[in-house]
Design a protein around this ligand. Structure first.
Ligand SMILES: NC(=O)C1=CN([C@@H]2O[C@H](COP(=O)(O)OP(=O)(O)OC[C@H]3O[C@@H](n4cnc5c(N)ncnc54)[C@H](OP(=O)(O)O)[C@@H]3O)[C@@H](O)[C@H]2O)C=CC1
Ligand SMILES: N[C@@H](CC(=O)OP(=O)(O)O)C(=O)O
Length: 371
């Protein structure tokens, strides 16, 4: 089948019944490059029609052609997966490691939301509005593992995703950063379904999300860092020549009674420069990235939407901008301790998860890594 003159690639979705899986289905149900071919979830869901297996929570209906599709077990040999040109994973991290590896070993291409392979030295950790150049390590991943076709690409933790886009704009405009302090206010949907009990989150703020702070502190440096000249090793933001060093990132993460949309309060110190607030606002406004240059279908017209009003961004008002594929930034102001501080907002299930995986795969198609 073709769409817009291009042959559509059959795709599978692992964890198709979950919070991220549902977004995959919504976003892929009318996609110009990809056509949903196989759905996988746990043995609790396998063998059932999708509409019966899932607790659909989105405000658009389950696409008709998906409703009656039978959910498979997450095995590369299960019906449909072998023909898939890409397999998207929204699997729980407890099971993602082994399942994604079994798909890779079967020479399938995985774009994963789970944390399991983000720190793997062979796997790119890609925020599509920041570092798709890291896809260049794929040849090395396949060669090292002796695989002709299979590989794994990961996308970042959802809060990290919202943070690194404005940080990338700052580094692009004014050179390396030295220190970042970030405090998040994270939506309930970030913990999947059914997630945080209502008696814990209503009328409350929970000042702890297990493992989240360490992920933000570590992932930021892999994403904003580079690859060596032979495309075989990530520098984790430490350049050989000493031009830049690891960014010190300190994160505090909290859960708040918002359904979708992670907000973060960020303070930044530059390593060498001292731009004005107007120059920083201009850098945010004018930030452009490779996904936009390649004009892939999910790339937002603006990677960063800069809000002028003093009470924006807000999750309820701003998370749907550009179909949840951009980062909103506002309240850019001087920081009396560091150099600048601002607020950012990301839709945690779209750009923070499913949209990033899809955009990464679109970029991989454009780079000839998926055929
Ligand atoms: N929600 C978010 O904002 C974000 C989530 N992520 C990551 O994405 C992944 C999915 O998260 P989310 O959608 O929120 O989680 P959910 O809990 O909502 O969904 C989990 C999915 O994993 C499946 N699953 C669970 N156990 C097994 C198993 N043993 N074998 C096969 N499938 C299994 C579930 O199937 P079943 O319905 O049959 O139980 C379900 O489809 C996680 O790794 C998460 O960390 C990343 C960024 C943001
Ligand atoms: N921990 C995130 C969501 C998530 O699953 O993150 P990760 O993919 O990094 O495990 C949240 O609670 O909002």
């Amino acid at each position: 089948m073709t769409s817009g003159g291009k042959k559509q690639i059959k795709v599978g979705i692992l964890g198709a019944t979950g919070t991220v899986g549902q977004r995959f289905i919504q976003l892929l149900s009318a996609h110009p490059y990809f056509k949903i071919h196989a759905l996988g979830a746990s043995s609790r869901s396998a063998g059932q029609e999708y509409a019966k297996a899932t607790k659909w929570k989105l405000n658009t209906p389950i696409p008709d052609e998906i409703k009656t599709k039978v959910v498979q077990e997450c095995k590369p040999t299960a019906e449909g997966f072998a023909e898939c040109g890409v397999v998207f994973s929204g699997l729980d991290h407890d099971v993602a490691g082994d399942i994604e590896e079994s798909f890779r070993q079967s020479n399938l291409i995985i774009f994963s939301n789970a944390k399991n392979y983000r720190r793997d030295p062979l796997c790119p950790l890609i925020v599509p509005l920041v570092n798709p150049s890291h896809l260049s390590i794929i040849a090395h991943q396949k060669k090292t593992l002796g695989l002709e076709k299979g590989y794994i690409v990961t996308n970042a933790n959802c809060s990290t995703t919202g943070l690194v886009v404005p940080l990338a704009a700052l580094e692009k405009g004014f050179g390396p950063l030295k220190t970042v302090m970030v405090t998040t206010l994270q939506a309930i949907s970030g913990s999947g379904y059914p997630g945080v009990p209502s008696l814990d989150i209503l009328d409350n703020v929970v000042p702890h999300i297990g493992g989240e702070e360490e992920k933000i502190e570590w992932e930021t440096n892999k994403i904003l860092g580079g690859l060596n000249s032979s495309n075989t090793e990530f520098d984790l933001h430490v350049s050989e020549e000493g031009k830049y060093g690891r960014i010190n990132v300190s994160a505090t993460t909290t859960r708040v009674p918002v359904i979708d949309g992670h907000t973060a309060s960020v303070s930044v110190k530059f390593r060498d420069s001292k731009p004005t607030i107007e120059e920083i606002q201009k850098a945010f406004r004018e930030y452009r990235c490779e996904a936009q240059e390649l004009n892939v279908p999910s790339a937002p017209p603006q990677a960063i939407v800069l809000h002028e009003a003093p009470d924006r961004p807000q999750p309820r008002l701003d998370r749907d901008l550009h179909n949840g594929a951009c980062v909103s930034v506002g309240r850019v102001r001087p920081c009396p301790v560091f150099d600048v501080k601002f607020i950012c907002l990301v839709d945690n299930v779209r750009l923070g998860a499913a949209t990033s995986s899809i955009m990464n795969a679109e970029i991989a198609v454009e780079k000839g890594l998926i055929v």
